[in-house]
Ligand binder design. Structure first.
Ligand SMILES: [Zn+2]
Length: 84
């Protein structure tokens, strides 16, 4: 199940994605208020990350993409992201 097939399913009104907690709080989309997301890895090239002062991101950031509107939220510490 790739991202695009999951997104297409959501666009057709089906249930897709999962609910997530970050640091103990449920994640809601800041754009549409949705609560279902697709999780993605956001590993950055560590040299590039260092260049722009984002060393923290090279440890393994996580993206959560809203199933309803496609808004992408970034979480720098993937260790804090868990499925609800
Ligand atoms: Zn949304």
């Amino acid at each position: 199940m790739g991202f695009f097939s999951e997104f297409a399913k959501a666009a057709r009104g089906g249930e897709a994605g999962d609910r997530y907690l970050v640091a103990g709080r449920e994640v809601t989309c800041p754009h549409c208020g949705g609560t279902r997301f697709f999780e993605g890895d956001a590993l950055l090239d560590s040299r590039g990350a260092s260049f722009v002062g984002l060393d923290w991101a090279s440890k393994g950031a996580v993206t959560l993409t809203c199933c309803a509107c496609g808004h992408v939220d970034w979480f720098a510490d993937g260790g804090l992201v868990e499925k609800a």
